[in-house]
Design a protein around this ligand. Structure first.
Ligand code: NAX
Length: 329
């Protein structure tokens, strides 16, 4: 009988509400149980208590215990995985620098707490935006944990890319492989159709004549999908974000090379020209020993390389901005 302990922050928020009842999907067998730690800000503890009541009412046999708290050290104590969803939202009239600063405070505190009390092999996936920079901050303030264990989520962008590519080219999602997202989780990210496969063959070779459509429709549609959902729903993606967070967590827990190439933002060693030490979305894959690395040997034409460079530069610039804000915290 094994047990996984998982902390989820922002646990009374919209994404968590869609995610928590699906946590059973993370478990490989019926023997594994889950110790759940839910973190919220003090003012949302009442709402969180309601969420906990609902989880209890699901009578999930795999849930060992649920600890809910507004104390980061209590939530992160000895955890194997931390899913950092909670973040300061951008409110109307707020400058991006104010958002970065507010979140710098949150992720500095959470990185510090993880450093102090989490399991030394804890894996941390950041969803709360701006997720690449927030993951960078968490890692920066958790120097005793390995840098390779910090991630930001780009799976939602990947899932959006699969769905849009299939729809625009009138093919099935099942026919596509190796479609990955590079760079920042922002509208500069690049959903690389050049390295994608269709039925195991380079997709672009079969759709050369549609390249204008791919550049002018597919790429902007994927990049602006989050804003479009906000326009229609009145709030940001929650069900699809929860779904992508579960997809990412399954990868991190299973470490299965058979899943092939998938998108996740990891601490860069400078692969493909990104700033070393920044958190960058790349095509990644597990090897047979369960170690995750950036897929090497992919090639980019000038157009694609330009997209990558722009997104890598944006990440580096956000890091520089947040580093200067840290001195004022
Ligand atoms: P909600 O506003 O519904 O929930 C966020 C929750 O986080 C709130 O209950 C809030 O009290 C809590 N929170 C804030 N600061 C906290 C702290 N220091 N410790 C613990 N909890 C804290 O937002 P939701 O829709 O759940 O989205 C959460 C985050 O995900 C946002 O930053 C959002 O921008 C981001 N997203 C990231 C995506 C991605 O692909 N990486 C896509 C979806 C989403 O936009």
């Amino acid at each position: 009988m094994s047990s996984i302990s998982l902390a989820v922050t922002g646990a009374a928020g919209n994404i968590a509400y869609a995610l928590l009842p699906r946590l059973g999907e993370l478990l490989q067998d019926t023997e594994t149980t889950l110790s759940l730690r839910l973190l919220e800000v003090e003012s949302r503890m009442h709402a969180l208590e309601g969420v906990v009541m609902e989880l209890e009412d699901c009578a999930f046999p795999f849930i060992d215990e649920i600890i809910y708290t507004s104390n980061a050290e209590e939530a992160f104590f000895d955890v194997d995985y931390a899913l950092l969803i909670g973040a300061m939202p951008r409110v109307q009239g707020m400058q991006r620098s104010d958002l970065l600063k507010a979140n710098a405070g949150v992720f500095k505190e959470q990185g510090t707490a993880l450093n102090k009390v989490a399991d030394r092999n804890c894996q941390v996936l950041v969803v709360g935006n701006p997720c690449n920079t927030n993951a960078y901050l968490t890692m920066r303030f958790a120097p005793d944990l390995a840098k390779k264990n910090f991630f930001a989520m780009s799976m939602l962008d990947q899932n959006r890319a699969y769905a849009q590519l299939a729809s625009i080219l009138d093919i099935s999602i099942n026919q596509i492989d190796n479609l990955c997202v590079w760079g920042n989780h922002s509208d500069t990210m690049f959903a690389d159709y050049f390295n994608a496969l269709l039925d195991g063959q380079p997709l672009i070779e079969q759709f050369r004549k549609k390249e204008v459509l791919l550049r002018e429709k597919y790429l902007p549609t994927v990049a602006s999908r989050g804003s479009e959902v906000i326009k229609m729903r009145g709030s940001s993606s929650a069900a699809s974000a929860a779904n992508a967070a579960l997809d990412s967590m399954i990868m991190l827990i299973d470490k299965n090379p058979d899943y092939g190439m998938f998108s996740i933002a990891i601490c860069s060693s400078g692969e493909y020209g990104a700033k070393p030490g920044s958190i960058v979305s790349y095509p990644c894959q597990f090897d047979a020993s369960g170690s995750l690395s950036v897929v090497s040997g992919l090639t980019h034409n000038d157009f694609a390389q330009g997209k990558l460079d722009a997104s890598f530069a944006e990440i580096a610039q956000e890091i520089a901005q947040v580093e200067s804000l840290l001195t004022t915290l």
